[in-house]
Every structure is written in structure tokens, then in C-alpha cells.
Design a binder for this molecule. Structure first.
Ligand code: ZN
Length: 381
């Protein structure tokens, strides 16, 4: 079997869509008018991703407010926020360029999603000829909706966790029911949990093991056969061409991360300074048998924050080096992260979101070609 290759999920929203979202927030256009612009952006994303030759694609998450907030609100400005959420939650991340992103705060129970990822996927299925993947948010991220200390009156932390696990399971099952070939869980908060940033209190609470246990509560509800197609994505964040936890040593995260019983992992790596060291860690800590499934390591070979397009030869060489440490039957390739996990993102290093889209499709094409070249070289094509 050739080396598999898969995107994380998002693409920059076209400038026209970002402007339409602002108009919608300002009450200048209706939801129907916004949806027409989203439809066009999804169609363009799907057609152009299919044209790269990629075996599996996504809709570029063009309808999502962000990878983390899609279940909660229609837009990042908070339009359509559920009635038991307030806008003033925790910073889930503070980025190296100083900007931050904030989560809502849960004010009462029960916790329910307003939107499931499959709501977007069903629309994308109508537009696609190739198999689609869908990214969903990890329970460990939404766990941060609950206040760090104390309890919400009438809604205990354990009640919240039970509801959260139910909702995350449902989110994944609905994706498969809608036709997703693969579902990956965004776990950007994993590496950030080791950051210990005094400006962002939760990152200093040593929550990584708690996150892993919570995510396994969801994964353990799926059979080994189902978990072959359920992945975990790790990265140091990617927003406005900046990161939030690239300075955290992977060695602090990876031994814990592979305790999650997922069948595959989408791992940021192209932008690491010492890739070989990380390949070695992946080989050491990924498991041949994670409660019935082998853990396949999809290494990042594309850096979505850098406008320079990687060549297919660079992609091939990364995979060949990684294959010295990771068995080829458990090796795959991916992008380091989504190309724009948040809907409002001007892609400053690229100059514009529209140019960044053009760059993204070229990068995906290089990933596909380079992965094919590595498969041939390793005799698995
Ligand atoms: Zn990411």
C-alpha cells in the first residue's frame, strides 16, 4: 500500500468570505446571503483540492467559525452563541506575535453543541467527487469552557464531562454517518498544556494527563475497526502565521499523546528545527497495538505558515528519513496544521488570504507528489 497522505482540514477563507462574515456580524446581510458566499468558497476549495491529485480532501472548513468554536457559535465575533455561554472565557492560546484567541465560558448546564461538524460535511458531500475527511474538536479543548476553579451551580464538573464526552462521540459518529472516510480530532491544546505560561493560567496546571484521559473516554467508545479511521492532530498552533507552543519540547508531549487509543496521528514536523530527533521519538513512542489498532504517524511535510512552497523532493526526503525510525506501514504524510484554523485570518506573511489559498493548493500538490515519490523509493507504491 502506498504511503497515505491526508490534510488537517482548513484553508484560508477568501477575502470575500471574510468580508461577508463581518457584514453578517454587523447585521448588513442575512444568513442566507452569508451561506451563498460560504457555498461558493466550499465549492472552490473542494474543486481545487481535488485538482491537486490528493486522495482525500476536505471542504477547507469554510463554514466553520474556527476549528474549536464551530459547535458553539456561527462567527468568531460570537454571533449565534448558545444562551448558556458567555463571551468572556479563558484564553485558550496566546500566540508568539502577541495576539490571543479566547473561548466562551459555560454559565449553566446542560452542555450541548449547536452545530455538529457533520452539518458542514453533508453540504460538502454534495460538491465532492473524492473521499472527504472531517476534523472535529477534541473534548480536551472544550473542557476549558468550564471554569478552571470551583463549580457551576447546579451543574457539576463530572456532569459536564459526561455531557461533553457524549457530544464529542456524537460529533464523530455523525461524520461517519454522513460519509466521512476519516475523522481527525484537533488536539492543539496538547502541546500548549506543557507551556506553563504565567499569562495563561490553565497552561500551568499540568493538565496534559487529564486531557489524555478525557479524550480516551471518547475514543474508548469506538471499536478498533472504527478507530483505524479516527486520528489525532497535534501542532504548536497556527493562526495569522504565528504559533503558540513551538518552544515546548516534543519530548514532553509525545509519550503521553500516544497513550490515546487513536489509529493515526497528524503531527506538525516540517517547521521543527530538528526533525530527525522527532522522527526518532515517534518511532519510540507510537504503538504497534493501541487497544487493537496500530498507530500510524502522519508526519508534517508542509509548513502552512511559510509562503515558500516545499518541493516534492523535499517531501520525499523527509519521508525517507522518517522511515529510518518509523515502520513504513505506520508512516503517512500531512500538512503541519490547517492552513487557517480560524475564519478571520489575513495570513500576514502571505500578504493576503487569497494569495495564501493559491499557495496552499501548490503545497498540497507537492505533498501528494513527494509522498508518491517516497512510496516508489521505498517499494510500496
Ligand atoms: Zn494545528
Amino acid at each position: 500500500m502506498p504511503i497515505p497522505t491526508e490534510p488537517v482540514g482548513s484553508l484560508p477563507r477568501p477575502a470575500k468570505l471574510q468580508a461577508a462574515i463581518a457584514d453578517y456580524d454587523a447585521g448588513k446581510i442575512t444568513h442566507e446571503e452569508l451561506k451563498a458566499v460560504q457555498d461558493a468558497a466550499c465549492k472552490d476549495s473542494i474543486e481545487r483540492m481535488e485538482a491537486t491529485g490528493a486522495p482525500i480532501i476536505s471542504d477547507g472548513e469554510q463554514r466553520a467559525s474556527s476549528f474549536a468554536t464551530y459547535p458553539l457559535a456561527e462567527t468568531l465575533a460570537g454571533t449565534g452563541l448558545a444562551s448558556n455561554l458567555a463571551g468572556d472565557g479563558q484564553y485558550f492560546a496566546i500566540f508568539t506575535d502577541g495576539h490571543h484567541r479566547q473561548l466562551p465560558r459555560l454559565t449553566s448546564g446542560p452542555f450541548r453543541y449547536k452545530t455538529y461538524a457533520a452539518d458542514y460535511l453533508r453540504e460538502a458531500m454534495k460538491m465532492a467527487d473524492k473521499p472527504l475527511k472531517q476534523a472535529v474538536i477534541a473534548p480536551s479543548m472544550l473542557y476549558l469552557l468550564y471554569p478552571l476553579d470551583g463549580e457551576i451551580e447546579g451543574y457539576t464538573r463530572e456532569q459536564f464531562m459526561e455531557d461533553l464526552v457524549d457530544e464529542c462521540e456524537k460529533d464523530i459518529r455523525l461524520c461517519f454517518a454522513a460519509g466521512a472516510k476519516r475523522v481527525s480530532i484537533d488536539f492543539t491544546e496538547g502541546r500548549l498544556a506543557c507551556r506553563n505560561d504565567p499569562n495563561n493560567p490553565w497552561t500551568g496546571r499540568g493538565m496534559l494527563e487529564e486531557f489524555i484521559a478525557l479524550n480516551n473516554r471518547v475514543l474508548d467508545r469506538f471499536s478498533a475497526e472504527e478507530r483505524k479511521n479516527i486520528g489525532i492532530h497535534t501542532c504548536p498552533g497556527g493562526d495569522c502565521d504565528a504559533t503558540h507552543s513551538a518552544d515546548v519540547d516534543y519530548a514532553e508531549l509525545l509519550p503521553s499523546m500516544f497513550k490515546m487509543n487513536a489509529g493515526y496521528f497528524l503531527i506538525q514536523l516540517a517547521s521543527e528545527t530538528d526533525k530527525e530527533r522527532v522522527y526518532k521519538l515517534l518511532g519510540e513512542h507510537s504503538r504497534e497495538d493501541a487497544n487493537g489498532v496500530p498507530q500510524v504517524c502522519f508526519i508534517g511535510v508542509i509548513n502552512p505558515q511559510n509562503p515558500r512552497v516545499e518541493t516534492p523532493e523535499e517531501v520525499r526526503d523527509d519521508l525517507l528519513l522518517a522511515s529510518k525510525y518509523i515502520p513504513v506501514e505506520r508512516l503517512g504524510s500531512t500538512d503541519d496544521c490547517g492552513f487557517s484554523p480560524f475564519s478571520i485570518d489575513v495570513k500576514p506573511k502571505h500578504g493576503s488570504p487569497d494569495f495564501a489559498r493559491d499557495v496552499a493548493f501548490q503545497k498540497i500538490e507537492s505533498r501528494v507528489k513527494g509522498t508518491q515519490m517516497a512510496s516508489e523509493e521505498l517499494g510500496v507504491a
